[in-house]
Every structure is written in C-alpha cells, then in structure tokens.
Ligand binder design. Structure first.
Ligand SMILES: CC(C)(COP(=O)(O)OP(=O)(O)OC[C@H]1O[C@@H](n2cnc3c(N)ncnc32)[C@H](O)[C@@H]1OP(=O)(O)O)[C@@H](O)C(=O)NCCC(=O)NCCS
Length: 190
C-alpha cells in the first residue's frame, strides 16, 4: 500500500493506493473517468456494462487511489490479454502489420487508467500502473492510448512503453489510438 501526503490545507487529504473492488465501485470510478477523460452520460452507461463484464474475466484486477475519507480519486484496471477479447481482435492486424503481434501473447493489458484532474501530476497515475503491473505474472504489458502527445503517452514512455502500432482505429472511436508495449517490470523512475 503506497501513501501520498496531501498538499497543505487546501488539499489536506492523504492518498492511499490499494486493491479496488471495481465492480462494487464502478459508478465512482466512472465518475473519475468522466472528469479525467471526458465521458458523456451515454458513454458512461456503455462503459459501466463493459467494466462489469471485464471484471469477471480471469485474472482481471483493479487498484484505486483513495482519500482518507474513502473517496476514489484514481483507478487502474487490467487483465491478461486474450486474443479472443474484442480489444485484442481490433489491434491484432495493426500489430501483425508491424511484426509485433507476439506482444498479444503472455501480456498484461492495461485497460483503463484515470486520475481525477485535481489530483494529477503528483505521481498517482505512475503508482497505480506500477503497482498493478508489479503483480502481473506476464513478462510484458500492452495498452492503447489516444495517438497524440499527452500526459498519458509521456507517462507510458517514461515507464518503458514503446509504440507497437499507430493510427489504430477502434470502431466508434473518433480519434486514432497508438498501441504501446513494455517489458515487465516497468522501468523505475529516472
Ligand atoms: C494519464 C494520467 C492517468 C496520469 O496520471 P497522473 O497521476 O497525473 O500522472 P503522474 O503524476 O503519476 O505522472 C506524471 C507523468 O506523466 C507525464 N506527464 C505529465 N504531464 C505531462 C505532459 N503535459 N506532457 C507529457 N508528459 C506528461 C510525465 O511522464 C510525468 O512524469 P514525471 O512525474 O516524471 O514528470 C492522468 O493524466 C489522466 O487521468 N489523464 C486523463 C485520462 C487519460 O488520458 N487516461 C489514460 C487513458 S490511455
């Protein structure tokens, strides 16, 4: 369990990283995701069903960042990749075209990572992804992120994730994604 001190009287709350029962706290998590990533009510309803389905997949795990009063301010979840899962079937041809589709085997997928905007840039996202991957038995990790220079892409690169494919089109997603992969354990902070 990792602890982050608060930032003085305006944000006195300590943040604790620990295992999260995401199925039980899906609405709180999606409220964080809605603020961090920008989700409308329709998208939240769709994501809710997806998260609940994902959490019964074998090996699916989640970690949360919570304040001392129990409020959730960040979360991550993921699972061992399975080539029959929807995400894997979408990215597979893009990875194959780059000679990278072996990354889909023996790999831990980071499905979502979000930190409430007020609590960003204090190491919580880094701690969440490092903690969840530290418990993975797979030798590598993969994920997808919107294919732009963003804090998320900067964070992933700093942890050792490299681009495996770019301009990946997910059905119904308005923007292209990059698929990134890193060996585990993730690179320690430089
Ligand atoms: C991505 C996200 C989870 C990171 O969480 P966070 O708690 O703010 O991240 P951390 O403080 O642990 O890490 C910050 C790191 O991100 C990177 N980063 C932060 N801001 C950045 C920026 N403007 N440009 C590039 N990299 C940036 C840096 O690598 C930084 O590392 P440093 O601490 O060594 O400087 C958070 O920004 C977020 O929720 N974003 C919106 C939702 C989203 O994009 N989720 C990912 C979907 S793929």
């Amino acid at each position: 369990m990792l602890r982050f001190p608060g930032r003085g009287h305006r944000e006195p709350d300590e943040v604790v990283i620990g295992p999260l029962d995401l199925s039980a706290r899906v609405d709180e998590a999606l409220a964080v995701q809605a603020l961090a990533f920008g989700l409308g009510a329709d998208e939240i309803a769709v994501r809710r069903q997806i998260v609940l389905r994902h959490m019964v997949y074998p090996g699916a795990r989640a970690f949360g960042a919570t304040l001392t009063d129990g409020r959730l301010v960040g979360f991550v979840y993921g699972m061992p990749n399975d080539r029959t899962h929807w995400w894997s079937t979408v990215v597979e041809p893009y990875l194959r075209a780059q000679g990278h589709d072996a990354w889909l085997d023996d790999s831990f997928v980071i499905t979502e990572l979000h930190v409430h905007p007020r609590y960003q840039n204090r190491g919580i996202g880094r701690a969440l992804i490092t903690t969840i991957t530290a418990g993975a038995t797979q030798p590598r990790s993969i994920l997808s992120a919107i294919d732009i220079d963003s804090p998320a892409r900067g964070l992933y690169r700093s942890l050792g994730y490299e681009d495996l494919a770019r301009r990946v089109a997910f059905p119904s997603a308005p923007k292209p994604y990059a698929v990134m992969g890193a060996p585990l354990p993730l690179r320690a902070r430089r």
